[in-house]
Design a protein around this ligand. Structure first.
Ligand code: ZN
Ligand code: ZN
Length: 142
């Protein structure tokens, strides 16, 4: 009698195990193959502020120096773009689409600005060379 009970229990356990394996969720499907590389976003550190996101208005006296948001990157320190294939970063604006402009001297300022240039509050001016896109696309066949 006792032996039969054991057999019954073993049979129940076996059936339970069998059902459990049948009801267990299937293994997760394999990950999908990698998608063909599309246009990649290029993240460029701002050459005007060196990634700081701000420029310092230098007044020649440390206490009067005043930081202000970088007019080239808008204070982010970088510019992210998705350039078309074959595009090259514009040499005038270094891919920023904007150039530093000194409205006092009415001259463009090269990046990074010198201490002398930082004595005036600089502005961002759209880059003429690349039409503010930040990159140049070579015409085909050249
Ligand atoms: Zn900047
Ligand atoms: Zn440009």
């Amino acid at each position: 009698m006792r032996f039969n009970t054991l057999v019954l229990l073993a049979a129940l356990a076996g059936a339970g195990y069998f059902l459990w394996t049948r009801l267990a969720p299937p293994p997760p499907p394999p990950p999908p193959p990698p998608v063909a590389a599309g246009p990649t976003q290029v993240r460029m550190t701002c050459p005007a502020c060196g990634g700081e996101g701000q420029l310092m208005l230098i007044r020649g006296h440390a206490k009067m120096d005043k930081p202000y948001a970088c007019p080239i990157c808008g204070g982010r320190g970088f510019v992210a773009r998705v350039p078309p294939p074959g595009a090259q970063a514009c040499p005038d604006c270094k891919g920023m689409g904007k150039r530093l402009y000194n409205s006092q001297t009415q001259r463009f300022v090269n990046c990074p600005p010198s201490e002398k240039e930082l004595a005036a509050r600089l502005h961002g001016s759209p880059c003429q060379r690349c039409g503010s896109t930040g990159y140049l696309v070579k015409p085909p066949g050249r």
